[in-house]
Write a protein that binds this ligand. Structure first.
Ligand SMILES: [Zn+2]
Length: 233
């Protein structure tokens, strides 16, 4: 009752366009839901999916899935800004849930039923401390409510190795920090079709590093899903 009155006087804004949400709308207004730039790549055979090419020759990926196309200054940029810099963890969850429901309803993507585990790209611990949550994990949590597989949020971890660098300058030292990923819970991934998730797919370098670690640890198959894909040119 109180919540209803509150939202009557202070309606929550749509997270993509900032217009006030109407009764029954959650996170996104009806217009944005209809007009977001969906990739719809999950309707294509994997061989025709343009995103798959980003990993050719680098990593064997079964499905390369991305919900939205990133358009500068557009709604998707606003959504990602809300998720990453405005504390709106639920943006990730809401988009994950919507996308998961769509994937599971897509006949061409039967192997969505084969996903055994969702694993998010881990966030750097300093960013995690600042943001309070991992945006990739928020997206994975949403996917896990719609897909028949759980998320293992801590299956991967970042490790930072620094070479001997006592004689290097400050900037050089910074650049010398190599971040790598390792599988913290190998037993969880062995023999599983792992769906690796992140917020944005650009060059795919981070996803490649994570995917390589997962396959080396015994994952049987690797697929990738991101909220958005940005052009690399
Ligand atoms: Zn909107």
């Amino acid at each position: 009752m109180f919540a209803d009155c509150f939202s009557l006087f202070f309606p929550r804004p749509c997270l993509a366009c900032a217009e006030p949400l109407l009764a029954g709308e959650q996170h996104l207004c009806t217009t944005c839901r209809a007009e977001l730039p969906y990739t719809d790549y999950h309707h294509l055979p994997p061989a025709d999916n343009p995103l798959a090419r980003r990993f050719w020759g680098r990593l064997p990926v079964c499905h390369t899935l991305s919900y939205l196309r990133f358009v500068r200054h557009g709604r998707v940029q606003q959504l990602l800004h809300q998720l990453k810099y405005a504390g709106q963890r639920e943006v990730g969850q809401a988009l994950g849930q919507l996308y998961g429901a769509e994937l599971i309803a897509t006949p061409a993507l039967r192997s969505a039923f084969d996903f055994g585990l969702i694993v998010p790209v881990p966030l750097h611990r300093r960013k995690l401390a600042r943001r309070g949550y991992n945006q990739a994990e928020a997206f994975g949590a949403g996917l896990a409510t719609a897909l028949p597989c759980p998320q293992a949020a801590t299956a991967l971890r970042r490790t930072e190795h620094t070479a001997s660098q006592t004689r290097k300058g400050r900037l050089e030292r910074w650049q010398n920090v190599a971040t790598v990923f390792e599988v913290a819970e190998p037993a969880a991934v062995v023999g599983r079709h792992v769906l690796l998730v992140d917020d944005v797919l650009t060059t795919g370098a981070t996803l490649e590093a994570c995917g390589t670690a997962l396959l080396a640890a015994g994952a049987s198959t690797l697929s990738i899903a991101t909220i958005a894909t940005a052009s690399t040119d």
